[in-house]
Write a protein that binds this ligand. Sequence first.
Ligand SMILES: Cc1cc2nc3c(=O)[nH]c(=O)nc-3n(C[C@H](O)[C@H](O)[C@H](O)COP(=O)(O)OP(=O)(O)OC[C@H]3O[C@@H](n4cnc5c(N)ncnc54)[C@H](O)[C@@H]3O)c2cc1C
Length: 277
Amino acid sequence: MKASAGGYARANDLNHALELLSSANGMGRVLAGGQSLIAAMNMRLSTGDLLVDISRLSELSGVKDAGDTLKIGALTRHAEIGTNPLVRRHAPLLADAVGYIAHAAIRNRGTIGGALAHADPSAEFPACVLALGATMHVAGPEGTRQIAAEDFFEDIFATALQEGEILTAITVPKAGEAEVQVIEEVARRSGDYALAGLCLVRRDDGNRVSLFSVGPKPVLAKGAMAALDGGDVEAAVTALGAEIDPPSDTQASAAYRRHLAGVLLRRAVARIEGSKA
Ligand SMILES: Cc1cc2nc3c(=O)[nH]c(=O)nc-3n(C[C@H](O)[C@H](O)[C@H](O)COP(=O)(O)OP(=O)(O)OC[C@H]3O[C@@H](n4cnc5c(N)ncnc54)[C@H](O)[C@@H]3O)c2cc1C
């Protein structure tokens, strides 16, 4: 099946993109890397009367050192996140996540902003930005605003982005000297979406744990974080079980995904503590 015919316009700059979206009366769709949107349109799961192509807006691409944070443009492609030295040094979780995302062709086109705006509950980047406590930068018809990652993901494929808004960048706190960031996941085959996945960030002021593929949206597991702060890994595993709502589907049962979440947490803690030995 192919997508139904619709309009297409290439934006020259951010303001032009916002104008194009406003003029589409709610039927405009931002097109970034097209790796999720075009597939969804081909399957008639998504429609749009006007595709607003932002892929050539260089102002929305690249990684900048912004003092205490890294500013990552929404159009920065997965492949660049994986190889950028600033990301590797200051937000290694994002760089490590890239190795789990799909395959080279998709990583060469897909953008971090597209992955976040798409809000697939099985995707790696949404859980990473939750664990890192990132901030989303958004431009829209009413101006610009910032949204904490914790408030951004609302439901399956649903975010706090409003009609006509564009995610322009993400800021991520730079990792402290002693900070350790790890991502763990289990998938049936390399490059597949995870059956369950987990991010653990250990900072001087405590642990941050997030999960993906265990419910309708990525989860910041605050109960597990508190238990880990108290040094009790088994209590953290128990808390985690109560904080997730995994689906049963053809890939795995809910009970298996719940079991995996605990395994991944123990594995992540062992990796962190092993790295200190
Ligand atoms: C075969 C296959 C396997 C995949 N496996 C994985 C995987 O294992 N893990 C994973 O995380 N992902 C996976 N993906 C998805 C991939 O990472 C996509 O690149 C990503 O989800 C979307 O990024 P994009 O730039 O292509 O966005 P697009 O497809 O262009 O857009 C996706 C959605 O986000 C909106 N959007 C895009 N950019 C913005 C923006 N800046 N502001 C507002 N809205 C915006 C679009 O309107 C659309 O609704 C896979 C995709 C394919 C085709």
